[in-house]
Design a protein around this ligand. Structure first.
Ligand code: PHE
Length: 344
């Protein structure tokens, strides 16, 4: 029996099994029900009592050594099998790439532009980095107007007569259009504007405007009212009413602020319209004769109106978004809410 134990120990030491199948075969050979070590255990019963202690110990050691060796070989074989297996399960379905959608500000800007296109307006664009002349001077801003201060406007270069700045409104495109287009003029100017404002729920240093300009013979305030009423009804619904409050802009005279009847409570008063039944949507007015003159248009022969609205403001009213900052943070949870909102 001693020899048999020694021999099996020797075999175990030299045992080689590289695949999982070979390891299992080795386990059966030594430790299986009919295995060599199992057979020795059987034989142990017949060993003389005085030898039982010594052989018992040896047999136990052999069994442990065999189990350890098989376990060790098993691990190596498993690792080899893992390394050889393909890394990815090629039959898995692919990751769906989420479909992008248009930004709510783009959707509303497009809606505004589309409405005015239907009324026969062209689209005009101009530079975001503008000069003082097109943003202020030609629009009849007096030299000491507060908008011309650093705290209201981002200047790109100063220290000369016509400093460069980030346009604070798209009215600059009004001027550029009057300079180069033939009369009559009927355009909308969508674009990004910049103001040196602290960022809050109601204000941002970047936002979007759509400016409108109509110049022809005999254009009156009644035409302005009609254009804005038609726009408001297309944008907010056929029942919408408008009202105008006197206001002031250097480039229009007279000037007005336009309110639409609240489309949430239908004018009854709610927390969106703060109980008034009205929502402010834009500024407007008849183009000041000084502005026409500055661009070489004779105010005796021609007249016109202009209006300007904030795109984010219109979008907030349409979708009751109560914080302007949502539009600039690009949080997918917010943006994806508008994935299907492409129609008016
Ligand atoms: N430019 C003005 C603003 O930014 C809006 C406006 C445009 C007012 C045209 C009257 C006419 O607030």
């Amino acid at each position: 029996m001693k020899e048999a134990i020694e021999q099996i120990l020797g075999e175990l030491n030299n045992l080689k099994a590289s695949t999982q199948k070979e390891v299992e075969e080795a386990r059966i050979r030594f430790l299986g029900k009919k295995g060599e070590i199992t057979a020795l255990m059987e034989e142990f019963r017949t060993v003389a009592p005085e030898l039982k202690r010594e052989y018992g110990q040896k047999l136990n050691e052999l069994k442990k050594a065999a189990a350890a060796k098989i376990e060790e070989l098993k691990e190596v074989a498993e690792q080899a099998a893992e390394a050889a297996a393909p890394k990815e399960d090629l039959s898995m379905p692919g990751d769906a790439i989420p479909l992008g959608s248009r930004h709510p500000v783009s959707i509303v800007r497009q809606q505004i532009v589309d409405i005015f296109r239907k009324f026969g307006y062209d689209v005009a664009e101009g530079p975001e980095i503008e000069d003082d002349y097109h943003v202020f001077e030609a629009l009849n801003f007096p030299p000491n107007h507060p908008a011309r201060e650093m705290q209201d406007t981002f200047f790109v270069s100063t220290g000369h007569a016509n400093p460069l700045l980030l346009r604070t409104h798209t009215s600059s495109v009004q001027v550029r259009t009057m300079e180069k287009e033939k009369l009559p003029i009927r355009v909308v100017c969508p674009g990004r504007v910049f103001r040196n404002e602290a960022i809050s729920a109601r204000a941002h240093c970047i936002f979007h405007q759509v400016e409108g300009l109509y110049i022809d013979k005999d254009v009156t305030f009644a035409d302005l009212k009609q254009a804005i009423l038609l726009f408001a009804r297309e944008m907010f619904g056929a029942e919408t009413e408008i009202r105008m409050r006197p206001s002031y802009f250097p480039f229009t005279e007279p000037s007005a602020e336009v309110d639409v009847s609240c489309n949430i409570c239908k004018g009854k008063g709610c927390n969106i319209c703060k109980g008034t039944g009205w929502l402010e949507i834009m500024g407007c007015g008849m183009v000041d004769p000084n502005v026409l003159k500055a661009s070489g248009i004779d105010p005796e022969q021609y007249s016109g109106f202009a209006f300007g609205m904030g795109v984010e403001r219109i979008a907030m009213l349409k979708w009751q978004v109560n914080d302007l900052r949502h539009y600039f943070e690009n949080d997918m949870r917010f943006l994806s809410e508008f994935a299907t909102a492409t129609e008016v």
